[in-house]
Design a protein. Sequence first.
Length: 130
Amino acid sequence: MSYFLSWVKNLYGVFFVFLTLLASPLCHASDGFYSEMSHAIGGAAMASYITYKYSDSEHCSWIGFGLSTAIGVVAQNYEISKSGNRSSQQLDMVAHALGSALGAWYTDKYVLVPLVQKNYIGLTLHIPVN
């Protein structure tokens, strides 16, 4: 039953993204404040999700930041190869990277909570004193 519920949740997510893309108007690129803010927010959201998915790792914030920034750089380099507008795309890369850093840090520091269990897993040092 839980597999079915997770499948339905994923289906709702895909349906929401499809409706959002369908309802969005045609967009034009600009270098304005809101354009760069959207890149920063997108980078933060992507890094937060990746950080959450890799929360079992000790360096989950670095993984979230690195993967999100890499995806942003690859996407903007593709845009550079298509349009040739290098300065605008580099500004988008920087905004995405700053948003990724903020999103990964915030998720790791304030959203993910440590798991406290009864069992101790660690190292105990015993130093005999004469």
